[in-house]
Structure formats: structure tokens, C-alpha cells
Design a protein around this ligand. Structure first.
Ligand SMILES: [Zn+2]
Length: 402
């Protein structure tokens, strides 16, 4: 195996930006190593399946990450002697134990890049930021695509498409497991079909869930906090920030199959969607806001998570007094979140919020680290936790309509 000991100028063009980034930027290095690891794991899976592999070299992201790390060590007075295999072994250790001092936040240093020979949550976030084609992201993209297609096929106006999208997006957050009967009900509600006469919503469900043949009643235990499936023997859900609680039984009566969410759907759509669902519910269920605040989930087919319009009471088409936009994000590393965050240019709002779930906002340094990364990159974004946001909406509604 070849060890790259010099700065690699033969990296793929897509990595050019990373390659030229300041060498001291250790988040960049970790992001590249994560992206490289994702590709290495993918190649290994393919090899295990006996699929041909014509890629002789290690992934470019890995090589660039390695060389950046090499220079970092050299700058600290000790050029490393390790090779690729040794670095791979290091990836299973927390970053703080690496024989090079990396300029990462204290909490980010506690993470390893590999856990049980899989990408850690931290490394997944890094790999996604580098936009590599990890398998999980690939499933996620296919789910997103199927979701958009199903929504646009089932609406004849922009508003109808927006409503169909919001319904189906929320469906994926609210249902970790469903029976085939429910898929039939979805098909009746959203009947548009493709050229092969298959309902678009069926394609969505088959992409986002894994079907399992099942006859007779099926009992599941769902976590009270996040509604993910938990095992009878170990009713701990493991979902980040989930308050847990007494699991509730769910009895499904399938005709012939049940559908359980793919890991990627759970990790990248269901779990991060919980915080926006809580915000949407808190605002929609609040009687004091009725007639004063209009809440639109996933406006413009998911440009944002929530659009909040303060309106003048009365009339069938009430005047909009003020508009706020909210993007809710539940991600492990504040630094990586701040680097990847963009506000859609077409969403013009008086105030723009990046809302965090309480469990992230409470983490020491999280908000400060996030604001540091946003500073100078995106202007005018207010970072808030979910409860503060809801409180501010209530207060503003009162100010505008005393
Ligand atoms: Zn849970």
C-alpha cells in the first residue's frame, strides 16, 4: 500500500477546494478522512459481495486527508511514521488520543471516526458535508427524490404540491413501521401513478422502508419520545436527545407485509425531523395563536422547515404583517453544521432562525461554536433552541395583535 508523504496535487477536481484549504483547518482534514473512510467501507462491502473492484488506489479524499494530517504532524515537530493501515486503526480511537494535536472543539475530540467498523455519527456528518456518495446518503437521496416525485404528481397547483409534500414528509417522521393496509390507504389518498401504473406513493414507501412478509397481527414496541421501534428486551431507543419514556405497544394487522424504515431513512429523515415536527405541532396546537399566526410546514417544497406568518385577524385572506423562517437542525457537531448551513436565497423572511433541539442547545459550547462557524459565512441567522423559538413566536403575535 502506497503511503502519500507529500502534498497530493493529483486529487480529483471535486476535492480541489478541500485540497487548497488552509492546512491548519483540522475540520477540513477530519471531513476528508471521513469521506475517504466512507468510500473505503463501501469498497470493502462490494468486495465482500464478490463484486469487481477496479479501483487500485485509496480514495482521493483519504489521500488528501492523510497528507494534510502528515503536514500537521510535521508542523508540530514530529513527522508521523504511520502508514494507511495504522491510520485506519487510529480512526477507531477518539480523536483526542491521536498522536497529533487537532484544533477541534473539546466535544468533537471525544469522537472516533469508526465505531464497530462502521462510520461513527460524527464521521457520517463529515462525509455528508464532503458530499461523497456514501450508501446511506444514496438511500436518503432516493427517498427525497421519490418524495418530491410523489408530491408533484399528486398536485395540480404549487399549493397542492406543497401540501402533498408536507403530508408525506411528516408521514415519514410519524411512522417508523407500517402495515401494507396503510400503504393502500396512502394510495387512495394520493392516487397518481407512473407509466407502469404504479402509485408514486408506493414507490416512495418501498424506497424509504424495507418490506417484510408477515401474516397475522404484528406487535411492536415504540419509544414514547421518538416513536422508533425498540426491542422488547432492551427498550432503550438510542435516538440522540430522545427523552424516552414508557414504550407504547403498536399492533399492526397486515394483509401480507409490514414495512420498517431503512436505517438511512431513520437517521437522515425520521430522527432529525423530530425537532421540526415538535415546533410545527407546538405552534399549530396553540389556541392563542389561532387566527394570528399561519404555520406552513416545508414551504416551497422543503426550501425551509417552517414558515411562520403573523397575520392581521379577520377576513378570508388576512394581511400578512411579518414573516419568519425556520430551519431546524439536529446534528452532532456544531462546527460541521455551521460549515454546511445555507439559507435558501428565494426565502425572504424578516427574521431567519436556525432552531436547535433542546438536547443540542444545552450541550456546553454548542451554540457558541455554531455561531462562530456561521459568522462571516451566512449573515443574519439567529440561533435558537426549540422552546425559545416557540416562546418568541407567542410574544411577537401578542405584540402585533394586542
Ligand atoms: Zn426514543
Amino acid at each position: 500500500m502506497k503511503t502519500v508523504l507529500h502534498h497530493d496535487h493529483e486529487a480529483e477536481p471535486t476535492l480541489a477546494d478541500y485540497d487548497h484549504g488552509p492546512l491548519r483547518d483540522d475540520y477540513l482534514t477530519v471531513t476528508l478522512l471521513s469521506a475517504g473512510l466512507a468510500q473505503i467501507l463501501q469498497r470493502r462491502t462490494r468486495a465482500e459481495r464478490g463484486e469487481p473492484n477496479d479501483e487500485a488506489l485509496l480514495p482521493a479524499a483519504w489521500r488528501v486527508g492523510f497528507s494534510r494530517l502528515w503536514w500537521r504532524c510535521a508542523a508540530q515537530g514530529e513527522p508521523p511514521t504511520w502508514n494507511d493501515l495504522q491510520l485506519l486503526a487510529l480512526c477507531a480511537q477518539p480523536l483526542i488520543t491521536w498522536p497529533v494535536q487537532l484544533d477541534l472543539s473539546e466535544s468533537d475530540q471525544q469522537h472516533a471516526l469508526l465505531v464497530d467498523s462502521r462510520l461513527s455519527e460524527f464521521a457520517e456528518q463529515g462525509a455528508r458535508l464532503a458530499r461523497t456518495d456514501v450508501e446511506a446518503e444514496w438511500v436518503e437521496n432516493r427517498v427525497h427524490e421519490a418524495l418530491r416525485t410523489a408530491a408533484s404528481a399528486n398536485g395540480s397547483t404549487d399549493r397542492e404540491v406543497e401540501l402533498a409534500y408536507a403530508y408525506l414528509r411528516r408521514y415519514l417522521i410519524d411512522h417508523a413501521v407500517i402495515a401494507d393496509r396503510e400503504v393502500l390507504a396512502l394510495e387512495r389518498r394520493f392516487p397518481a401513478t407512473d407509466n407502469a401504473e404504479r402509485a408514486h406513493v408506493r414507490r416512495l414507501i418501498e424506497t424509504a422502508y424495507r418490506a417484510r412478509p408477515a401474516a397475522g397481527p404484528q406487535r411492536y414496541l415504540l419509544c414514547a419520545g421518538c416513536r422508533n421501534i425498540v426491542a422488547e428486551t432492551a427498550p432503550q431507543c438510542g435516538t440522540a436527545g430522545c427523552p424516552g419514556g414508557e414504550p407504547a405497544a403498536l399492533l399492526l394487522e397486515p394483509l401480507a407485509a409490514v414495512y420498517e424504515q431503512h436505517r438511512a431513512t431513520r437517521l437522515f429523515m425520521h430522527d432529525p425531523g423530530l425537532v421540526e415536527a415538535r415546533i410545527i405541532d407546538a405552534l399549530s396546537d396553540d389556541d392563542t395563536l389561532a387566527g394570528r399566526v399561519r404555520v406552513t410546514p416545508y414551504p416551497g417544497v422543503d426550501l425551509l422547515d417552517v414558515l411562520i406568518e403573523f397575520v392581521a385577524p379577520g377576513g378570508t385572506e388576512p394581511a400578512v404583517l411579518e414573516t419568519w423562517g425556520v430551519d431546524a437542525k439536529d446534528q452532532l457537531s456544531a462546527h460541521l453544521l455551521g460549515r454546511g448551513f445555507v439559507w435558501p436565497r428565494s426565502m425572504i423572511c424578516k427574521r431567519r432562525f436556525l432552531a436547535l433541539p433542546t438536547h443540542r442547545a444545552k450541550q456546553p459550547g454548542y451554540v457558541k461554536d455554531l455561531e462562530t462557524e456561521l459568522d462571516g459565512r451566512v449573515a443574519g441567522i439567529e440561533v435558537v433552541d426549540e422552546t425559545t423559538l416557540v416562546r418568541r413566536v407567542r410574544a411577537r403575535a401578542k405584540e402585533l395583535n394586542p
